[in-house]
Design a protein around this ligand. Structure first.
Ligand code: FES
Length: 573
């Protein structure tokens, strides 16, 4: 900070005027000495703590730690709450509220006398929602990811959050699990503070934050309860004050190179398909052009280096002990842009030059990866004219080229009503098609794309069939699951026109997904299609339905794309 008068907060706190008095006086009821208002950088701690977001339940403690660091560095910490999105609790899906939460964050930052921001994040949507909002203001910003839970263990076996959920139907139907078994497993899988401990969406997005350069290096993998996480939170508090002094804003860190790094890193760690939708939305806010095809072009040939569930066998705690993300950054070498600047003011190269690996069964070397070509594949074809995605590292290799008869479910209720009907015509070669789960269709594009298999196939020992939908999939899930089909069925995409028994052809190597019916028949069905009634006519959901973009555009609201700076033209009165 070359000139103290340039601090944004001084527009509120700096003047010996009536409004300066008003701004300071009410703040002083919290006991701050008057020198706090005379040129200290004011740092907002944007807290997604909530008891309804269990993955973020420890963030109040983290806020107190971050405050210590801010005060030590000469800043003035002020914590504020924002809408928190609890993945396992909110109905119908947190994704419906990601954009609403981002509006809360954006307006809370802009409207207040803040010079810099610390985002306290954890559960899946709390990272993109806060970052999207912060990007639209573009102040110096650092992320403190809350960290994963410790490993889950059940009767001697490692069990991972989320990934274990997908086995419960099989366990109860095929292995005679009792309700007591299930109750015991519940606490075993969630045994400490923190977010999901698999390489699910929360871990993928914490890693995204670090790969974008928005955390201190080495932070993403540290478990929530590890003392070293608290040290990093403390140091992040110190660092944000310097970022304000250096005017190191988000747009200086979030360059095209940073986004490309994030795509490459997500592929190497076997990260979530949800990253695609969030990264496109974040890029849209900061003004970087990022397209669905970039994920395939930049990521699909990247090898899988990290042996974590759902693609592998370990968990985030093991990843941290093995050396964490720093090892992956080093292994990726020049596949990453190494000269991009990061939150600590240093480049990738400086941050990750020295990173020893302590367990090669958890993090593989680039010359001998766990799997080749593991990144996300983007499919095109008459069934997904604007694209669809699949995560090859979580899929069954023999199903990556597959033709099968469609078994169609018109919506999620239809699926639940019929999937275990003994008379349902379905076998291991079928293709399950689920409609009505896109951004406008559900609404909010929930994580239902990896629907459970029918009981009769589970009893036959079938582990996977091709599943296609316009929804998303939990980052903890696995299977040959085609997601994010765009345009979605609810707005008349070809997915809406699929009928039982139609042949669907998936060819991941060719990046194609097609409905094998004649053009004449396709046109006939299109002409006969009737749009469903909107799912809401008032309130936020109605607003969302009018403005939400399709999955290939990041499912942001059209009016929120871009940024409006930190300027507020009118004063309080
Ligand atoms: Fe919160 Fe998985 S449910 S991170």
């Amino acid at each position: 900070m070359k000139d103290k008068q340039k601090l944004r907060s001084q527009e509120w706190f700096g003047g010996l005027t009536k409004m300066g008095f008003v701004h300071r006086s009410w703040m002083r009821n919290q006991g701050y000495p008057d020198d706090y208002f005379r040129g200290r950088p004011v740092i907002g701690i944007c807290n997604t703590w909530s008891e309804l977001t269990p993955c973020n339940g420890h963030l109040r403690e983290f806020a107190a730690i971050v405050k210590r660091g801010i005060a030590e560095a000469g800043g003035f910490p002020l914590e504020f709450p924002v809408m928190s999105l609890g993945e396992t609790i909110m109905r119908p899906t947190t994704m419906l509220y990601r954009d609403l939460a981002s509006m809360d964050v954006e307006e809370s930052i802009r409207a207040n006398p803040l010079d810099g921001v610390v985002l306290l994040t954890g559960c899946d949507k709390t990272t993109p929602s806060t970052l999207m909002g912060a990007c639209s203001v573009d102040l110096p910003t650092i992320i403190v990811p809350g960290g994963p839970m410790l490993n889950g263990y059940f009767r001697g076996q490692r069990i991972g959050s989320g990934s274990f959920n997908w086995m419960i139907k099989e366990k109860t139907k095929k292995e005679d699990w009792t309700p007591d078994d299930m109750l015991e497993a519940e606490i075993c899988v969630s045994r400490s503070a923190g977010h999901c401990n698999t390489m699910g969406t929360a871990s993928s997005l914490a890693i995204m934050a670090e790969a974008l350069g928005l955390t201190l290096p080495g932070m993403a993998a540290i478990p929530a309860v590890d003392a070293r996480k608290k040290v990093m939170a403390h140091l992040s508090g110190r660092r944000i004050v310097d970022m304000v002094r250096e005017n190191l804003t988000l747009s200086k860190i979030l360059t095209r190179g940073a986004f490309e790094n994030s795509i490459v890193v997500n592929a190497a760690v076997g990260g979530s398909t949800n990253l695609i939708i969030h990264l496109i939305a974040i890029a849209g806010r900061i003004g970087v052009k990022l397209e669905l095809e970039d994920f395939d072009r930049l990521g699909s040939h990247i090898p899988l280096l990290v042996n974590l569930m759902p693609s592998g066998k370990y968990l985030m705690e093991d990843f941290f002990y093995a050396g964490g993300l720093s090892v992956v950054m080093k292994e990726l070498g020049n596949r990453l842009h190494r000269n991009v600047i990061t939150a600590n003011g240093k480049t990738f190269d400086e941050n990750y030059a020295d990173a020893p690996c302590y367990n090669r069964d958890v993090i593989y070397p680039i010359e001998k990866p766990l799997q080749e070509n593991a990144g996300i594949a983007v499919l095109k074809g008459n069934l997904c004219e604007n694209g669809a995605v699949i995560k090859p590292s979580a899929a069954t290799p023999k199903l990556m080229k597959h033709s099968g008869k469609a078994v169609v479910f018109e919506n999620i209720e239809d699926y639940h009503a019929r999937i275990d009907d003994p008379d349902l015509e379905i076998d291991e070669n079928s293709v399950i098609v689920l409609k009505g789960v896109g951004p406008k269709g559900y609404p909010g594009m929930p994580e239902v794309g990896n629907v459970d298999l029918p009981e009769k196939l589970i009893m036959k020992g079938v582990k996977d069939v091709v599943r296609i939908s316009d929804g998303r999939m939990s980052g903890t899930a696995y299977g040959t699951v085609v997601l994010h089909v765009s345009p979605e069925s609810t707005i008349g995409g070809t997915l809406a026109l699929v009928q039982n028994g139609d042949i669907i052809e998936l060819n991941v190597a060719n990046r194609s997904l097609n409905l094998k019916i004649s053009d004449d028949e396709l046109q006939r069905r299109k002409a006969a299609w009737v749009a469903p009634e909107p799912l809401a006519t008032r309130g936020y959901v109605s607003f969302y339905l009018q403005h939400v973009l399709q999955a290939d555009k990041g499912a942001d609201l059209d009016i929120l794309v871009g940024k409006s700076s930190s300027e507020v033209k009118r004063d309080l009165h």
